[in-house]
Design a protein. Structure first.
Length: 171
């Protein structure tokens, strides 16, 4: 009786992973919303190509880069999260299957996430520096640099921790 109860509980716990599926599907659907904003920004760039000064054009292009980085981040988190926590994606022998699919573990996902955050933060910081004027309070720039450096330091610490864990596992 106790063994049967335990087996039932374990089946329920194992099946509960499917509660995460809507989260990952939602992240993938968010790429469509991001695409709308990307097209809107691209369209504004094309319409203003002869009117923008070089700084304004660079800021628009950096916004496109930002959108692409965030879209890629959402895709990686959606795919890898689903495969790590819910179920393997059965894509068969498709030749265009991304090489990283099925190989990104939780540790790799953390590093990819922090790497993407650092890249996105760097793009935002660069946009701020290009668009800086005399009215921009220095504390705003200081906060943005501080936040960016926090992301960078976090990434380095994650990488060191993972390296130490990997090293410890081999010895």
């Amino acid at each position: 009786m106790a063994r049967k109860f335990e087996a039932t509980i374990e089946r329920w716990v194992f099946a509960s992973r499917w509660l995460l599926a809507p989260f990952f599907i939602g992240l993938l659907l968010a790429i469509a919303a991001l695409l709308v904003k990307f097209v809107q920004t691209f369209w504004a760039l094309m319409l203003g190509i002869f009117e923008f000064n070089s700084d304004a054009m660079i800021i628009q292009i950096l916004s496109l880069v930002d959108g692409a980085l965030i879209g890629a981040l959402l895709l990686i988190i959606g795919f890898a999260g689903y495969e790590n926590f819910v179920s393997k994606i059965g894509s068969g022998d498709q030749e265009d299957r991304p090489a990283w699919m099925g190989k990104v573990g939780f540790s790799d996902l953390k590093l990819k996430l922090i790497g993407a955050l650092v890249a996105i933060s760097a793009v935002e910081l660069l946009k701020q520096f290009i668009n800086v004027d005399v009215d921009t309070p220095s504390r705003v720039l200081s906060w943005k640099v501080g936040i960016h450096m926090t992301f960078v330091l976090s990434g380095v610490l994650f990488a060191i921790t993972d390296r130490l864990t990997e090293y410890k596992g081999h010895h």
